[in-house]
Ligand binder design. Structure first.
Ligand SMILES: CC(=O)N[C@H]1[C@@H](OP(=O)(O)OP(=O)(O)OC[C@H]2O[C@@H](n3ccc(=O)[nH]c3=O)[C@H](O)[C@@H]2O)O[C@H](CO)[C@@H](O)[C@@H]1O[C@H](C)C(=O)N[C@@H](C)C(=O)N[C@H](CCC(=O)O)C(=O)O
Length: 489
């Protein structure tokens, strides 16, 4: 690409040296710079990309985008900008020729439910014959191949690369989980969304945002900055039962569709009935009432389905076709996923790692609880991350008959420090603190009786436990099944 053309999209203070006519690649990581690249220096939390500019030059970078003039050896030009993060989003979007303009982009934000709603929309799109890609906590799923990603919302360069790849592979749509970090750190600069969805906002990530106000405002960026192309037929989908939706509705210039169970909304559910493995309800829509029967369990999934319905309706799909897809959907991996076993127990794996999600997980299981049987809830929290939510997590978990307090990626923190913080929120005495997660899982099975429900919360789809900075293989389901076989079979 012509260098002048590429850099025309960023405001800069100064250019030092002679710009090359063209550049071949764009990079933010000195370790993978290709010859004739432009390298953008990003200040990280652990290291500063500016310190790797010389290494990038040695690897073949011929232009460096930097926040300050650097002493560099070799044939290289420097472009000095105010904010390299913002420059990165704009350069990456231009380099890949704004791929988000060519496919339908659906962004899903909120504390809980992002992965489920994104997965549901993705699978419904495929069911309707629309080739789709999805990115988020689970990774980047392109044509059934799952690529790992470090973040729910990847850095701006990886984001543009993913959208470009989806476009090149013929996808008509891409569904993206949009995290508050992603929005606050400018990882989505240059992405043009067609639909933005809000699930809910509850306590999480206050170590990063400081206050709920800041956290909510970061999420709001998705609705105020849906993208630059004002001619697109865009829409915003909001949860009418979450107080933040009112604020987001005021922020956006685009048509809003609401959904919910309690307050007045465009899409509502009535007469919800949660039977073993089947949920039924009447969906109240702008076109009347439609009976729905689906394999997804729990009230939170009714919310998720209403959100997905609003997305499709806003894009002009027929309600009959939407409901047909809903009835075909299978549960999302690691989200109140019922594990099939030969044990006399009901075992659910869930990703709940916030107080609100824990409450929802237990509420979702309540209809399946048999008289005189227990719900055993295992709850873990991450080390060296938001500690303020820990007591509230245990408080919500106290709704279960028996609680196992443990860790979920302890990182560098002592087990006792994590379980001790959780313990402060316990509302009854039926619990155990066991920092080692594998031991905790075995303990949960050891206290179970036939007919009980066990919910393992926190790991969801994840198959590892991070201790120190090492990822160790870990599966709650496998450990539980093994322990259950020893006990019951
Ligand atoms: C706090 C935070 O967001 N950190 C993110 C950040 O890492 P970092 O600050 O440590 O960056 P760094 O590794 O120091 O590198 C800085 C720069 O130097 C460059 N570098 C580095 C080393 C080198 O040899 N050469 C080089 O050029 C890097 O490529 C980078 O450009 O940049 C990385 C690359 O983009 C991210 O993967 C990483 O996310 C970490 C893994 C993380 O845990 N982030 C969490 C807090 C997060 O973002 N979570 C949200 C929310 C999830 C949710 O909703 O639950 C998410 O979207 O994932």
């Amino acid at each position: 690409m012509y260098t002048e053309e590429l850099i025309s999209v960023i405001p800069y203070k100064e250019i030092v040296g002679q710009l090359p006519t063209t550049i071949k690649d764009i990079s933010i990581d000195s370790r993978s710079v290709q010859p004739k690249s432009i390298f953008i220096c990003i200040k990280g939390y652990t290291v500063d990309g500016h310190d790797y500019a010389q290494k990038a030059v040695e690897m073949g970078a011929i232009v460096i985008v930097t926040e300050r003039k650097l002493q560099l050896e070799g044939e290289v030009a420097q472009i000095i900008v105010q904010d390299t993060n913002r420059a990165l989003g704009l350069l990456a979007a231009k380099f890949f020729e704004y791929p988000s303009n060519d496919i339908t982009m659906i962004g899903v934000t909120g504390t809980n439910g992002k992965t489920s709603v994104s997965g549901i929309i993705h699978h419904m799109l495929i069911g309707m014959g629309e080739k789709s890609a999805v990115s988020g906590t689970i990774g980047f799923n392109l044509n059934g191949v799952l690529y790992e990603s470090a973040n729910t919302t990847s850095d701006a360069l990886s984001t543009q690369q993913m959208i470009f790849r989806a476009k090149m592979e013929g996808c008509r749509a891409m569904v993206m989980e949009v995290s508050s970090h992603g929005l606050a750190l400018g990882r989505l600069a240059g992405v043009d969304y067609d639909v933005a969805v809000f699930t809910n906002l509850t306590h999480d990530h206050l170590d990063f945002h400081g206050t709920m106000e800041n956290y909510g405002n970061a999420k709001g960026l998705l609705f105020s900055q849906l993208g630059q192309d004002l001619t697109k037929n865009k829409s915003v989908i909001l949860n009418a039962d979450d107080p933040w939706s009112e604020k987001y509705a005021q922020l956006t210039p685009y048509p809003v569709w609401t959904y919910g169970l309690k307050n007045d909304a465009n899409f509502r559910a009535e007469n919800c009935c949660y039977d073993d493995n089947i949920t039924t309800f009447d969906m109240i829509t702008p076109e009347g009432k439609f009976p729905v029967s689906m394999k997804l369990i729990g009230e939170f999934n009714v919310y998720n389905i209403l959100a997905a319905t609003a997305v499709f309706y806003s894009r002009g799909f027929e309600l009959e076709a939407i409901i047909e897809q809903i009835e075909d959907l299978n549960p999302v991996r690691g989200r109140m996923e019922k594990i099939v076993t030969d044990l006399p127990l009901q075992i659910f794996i869930d990703y709940a790692h916030t107080p609100d999600a824990i409450e929802k997980a237990i509420n979702a299981a309540l209809p399946y609880k048999k008289p005189d049987k227990k719900i055993i809830f295992l709850v873990g929290t991450g080390g060296n991350r938001d500690k303020s939510k820990r007591p509230a997590m245990a408080e919500k978990a106290s709704k279960a008959d028996y609680v196992v307090l443990t860790t979920d990626d302890p990182r560098y923190e002592e087990y006792d420090s994590i379980t001790g913080d959780l313990e402060k929120g316990m509302q009854h005495e039926n619990y155990a603190c066991i920092g080692d997660r594998a031991e905790a899982v075995r303990h949960a099975v050891s206290v179970a009786e036939p007919g009980d429900i066990i919910i393992f919360a926190g790991k969801g789809h994840e198959d590892y436990q991070i201790i120190g900075n090492t990822k160790y293989p870990h599966s709650d389901a496998e450990i539980a099944i093994e322990a259950g076989r020893l006990k019951f079979v």
